[in-house]
Design a protein. Structure first.
Length: 343
């Protein structure tokens, strides 16, 4: 997978999980289209037919809308508890076909970037077993508690599917304070919980790690892992220099790097970066303009920021210059776009 430093605007979340969240919102009487529109993701019809990765910033906005509409603080736990193994694609199939829990967790640790580009897991040996730990590649922001609750319930469900028994000898660290909905956690997990931890972690005794998987199937495991490896290779080879530059620029309003700084970031010379982008039919300035254009339109249609504030965020010192450039992009002015949006 591409390990360029990500931002909240880097496409990273496999859309299946967002679709499941939207279905949960609908079950609780929420307006799915309104939640998606607030995040700049269009409508349910558009999301349902898409396999494109979704930026975490947009997912965060949908999460906040879901929490507001349902008034259910434990919604993340509820979502995680309902996610089926099939939702994890070949990674899920490889995990449940593993010979034992240790192999299942090793499989997840290797392939979870296929499902969420901002998350990494590590299986670390301890004195009496192992710790299965979450590492976040950047701060998830205001949705972190929700995301960790989803992951806690999701992996609890997956581990139980592998070993086929309650996990009352497992200890879990949760990276948030004990919530008012503690009772909801106790209903699905009988082991020990420690709140306020640095990161989400499952501490699993050796005997549980060695527990044979109920659905162990070496041939199925190998086949699913082979598919995961193919997807990893395809993702790596499909990442063009232009895509990498787009990811570098994403989410850096007001602090866009210059061409020389971008080249240094990728450990190439300025001339090499120019040449590689040219070979792909692009240029650094075109990518910067595309990024600014997309963000400008999003800010105008999804926020109440003034045109002056938007110009400043996008690195324009002169608002007049920004308006002139915006007219070149869209054939109209920022004020006219805002007027249409609010009419």
């Amino acid at each position: 997978m591409n390990d360029i430093a990500p931002t909240l605007d880097t496409p990273a979340v496999y859309p299946t999980y967002l679709k499941l969240l939207c279905m949960m919102l609908r079950n609780h009487g929420g307006d799915v289209d309104a939640a998606l529109a607030a995040a700049g993701l269009g409508s349910w019809k558009e999301l349902a037919g898409s396999d494109a990765l979704v930026p975490q910033r947009a997912v965060n906005r949908v999460i906040l809308e879901c929490l507001r509409m349902t008034r259910r603080a434990s919604l993340g736990l509820e979502v995680g508890a309902t996610i089926q193994i099939s939702s994890h694609g070949p990674m899920g199939y490889a995990a449940v076909a593993s010979k034992d829990l240790r192999q299942a967790l090793e499989t997840v640790a290797r392939y979870v970037p296929l499902r969420h580009g901002l998350l990494r897991f590590r299986l670390r040996d301890t004195a009496d077993g192992a710790a299965f730990e979450l590492f976040e590649r950047l701060d998830m922001g205001e949705s972190r508690e929700f995301v960790c609750a989803v992951l806690f319930a999701t992996f609890l469900r997956l581990i139980e599917a592998v070993v086929g028994q309650p996990l009352d000898t497992v200890t879990v660290d949760l990276p948030f304070a004990e919530p008012p909905w503690r009772g909801e956690i106790d209903r699905i997990f009988k082991g020990r919980i420690r709140f306020g931890a640095q990161r989400l972690a499952f501490y699993i005794p050796q005997e549980v790690l060695q527990h044979a998987c109920m659905t162990a199937d070496q041939q199925a495991h190998d086949k699913a892992c082979l598919e995961c490896e193919r997807l990893l290779t395809r993702a790596a080879s499909a990442t063009t220099m232009a895509q990498r530059v787009r990811e570098l620029l994403a989410g850096r309003e007001g602090h866009y790097p210059k061409l020389s700084a971008a080249a240094a970031f990728f450990s190439v010379s300025t001339s090499t970066l120019i040449r590689r982008l040219k070979e792909e039919g692009s240029s650094f300035q075109e990518l910067l303009d595309d990024t600014r254009r997309e963000r400008a339109h999003w800010y105008l249609t999804h926020t109440q920021l003034t045109v002056e504030d938007i110009a400043a965020r996008l690195g324009y010192v002169d608002t007049t210059n920004f308006s002139r450039t915006f007219r070149r992009w869209y054939g109209t002015t920022p004020s006219e776009v805002r007027k249409v949006q609010t009419s």
